[in-house]
Design a protein around this ligand. Structure first.
Ligand code: PMP
Length: 397
């Protein structure tokens, strides 16, 4: 029974909520969902790589064998056999990882929020790469830190830059492999120098690594985690090696921090879906990923090459771009006077989309940059889209 004429509520949002904004990328994605658009905007993995049949079999197997457990509430830190599998797969001969360090997450994005919750006070200094992953900037900014941007170049984050800014920082958020948004990776020498600098300055290092397995040629470089497990929090994800729709990721942290994040997670969602974790364990336990990941690498390497070829052919002199060795993104730098936000408007009018670079900067944006995602667009469409962009850029030179 409804009451008559209730007073309308004037929602008074918290100060924290007042400063929330929708991600610039998600807004752009809405436009680019239109089927006629050639979109280099989304950060979506290619659906061609989703192992639908294998997942169906695994759901069947888990529900038939242990349906009552899979459909029940589960522990906050996660499904123990999957945590063990993750710990084993990340252990190296001189750096064993134990399951107690592993916290299962509802997507690694959740881990970024939990890290913000347990490590950041208002005004805390936190260090981020220039540019950095927008989703992390968003997650951290809820907790109102002071962002300090650390210089990067073609070899990733510049460790020497930390000496000037690192003192007293609560954390450094880094993406050593095929970074989102630039596609760049850190060299081995840089990784060692970074881990040493953070240890010297006593700054906790966050290693966000959803793309590490997607190296086009050869094995990935060592993880920061295995260089200093007591000073590094590793963030892993099944989104890019299996499928993002299952929302499954994990953090590997020193045990006291893992427990603190677990407490924060309890308040957020009690635990990550037990069914999902059991299914993923069923899929990965007998080595499925060792056959599956090379097929993703091969597809993405070919897609990347198609885009690099098109850029070479159609982009005017004065534009430059990264040449990723893995992952899903290329980063383009245009001459300083070209604003990629304005370019996007012109591009969308011609049914091509990308993500402007400015939102990826925590401090001073470089509006002449943009991110191209190349894994979901067929090669012939890549050529058409890049040619159109090239003409629009040339007209602004
Ligand atoms: N970190 C980075 C660098 C990412 O690009 C993404 C996904 N776009 C995430 C974290 C979040 O991934 P997940 O699907 O595991 O939440």
């Amino acid at each position: 029974m409804k009451i008559e004429n209730p007073n309308p509520i004037q929602w008074q949002f918290s100060q924290r909520a007042e400063q929330l904004q929708s991600s610039a990328i998600r807004e752009i994605l809405k436009i680019t969902m239109r089927p006629e658009i050639i979109s280099f905007a989304g950060g979506l993995p290619s659906p061609q790589t989703f192992p639908v049949e294998r997942m169906r079999e695994a759901y069947d197997a888990v529900l038939s064998r242990a349906g009552k457990v899979a459909l029940q509430y589960g522990p906050s830190d996660g499904y123990a056999p999957l945590r063990e599998w993750i710990a084993d797969s990340l252990s190296t001969s001189d750096c064993p990882i134990v399951p107690e360090q592993v916290l299962m997450l509802s997507g690694s994005q959740q881990g970024l929020d939990l890290l913000g919750k347990v490590l950041i006070d208002e005004g805390s200094k936190i260090l981020v790469e220039t540019p950095s992953y927008l989703g992390a900037l968003q997650a951290f900014s809820v907790y109102r830190p002071e962002f300090v941007s650390v210089a990067t170049d073609d070899d990733g984050l510049v460790p020497e830059a930390l000496d000037a800014v690192g003192q007293g920082a609560r954390l450094l958020y880094s993406l050593p492999n095929f970074q989102n948004p630039t596609g760049r990776s850190m060299t081995l020498a840089r990784r060692i120098a970074l881990v040493e600098a953070c240890a010297r300055l006593r700054v906790p290092l966050i290693e966000d690594d959803p793309y590490g397995a997607l190296s086009y040629n050869g094995e990935p470089l060592p993880k920061l985690l295995n260089m200093n497990p007591s000073g590094v929090v590793y963030m892993g994800s099944f989104s890019k090696v299996l499928t993002p729709g299952i929302r499954l990721g994990y953090a590997v942290a020193p045990v006291p921090l893992a427990r603190k994040m677990e407490q924060a997670k309890q308040a957020t969602d009690l635990h990550t879906a037990q069914l999902t974790q059991m299914v993923v364990h069923e899929v990965v336990k007998d080595g499925f990923l060792t056959e599956h990941i090379p097929t993703i690498r091969k597809l993405y390497a070919a897609q990347c090459q198609s885009m690099l070829d098109a850029l070479q052919e159609f982009f005017p002199a004065g534009a430059s771009w990264t040449r990723p060795q893995g992952g899903m993104f290329i980063w383009v730098t245009l001459p300083k006077h070209i604003n990629s936000m304005e370019l996007l408007e012109a591009a969308v009018a011609q049914n091509v989309a990308f993500v402007p670079g400015a939102p990826f900067y925590a401090n001073t944006p470089e509006p002449n940059t943009l991110r191209l995602s190349f894994v979901t667009v067929p090669p012939e469409q890549i050529r058409i889209g890049v040619e159109k962009l090239g003409k629009l850029i040339a007209a602004r030179m």
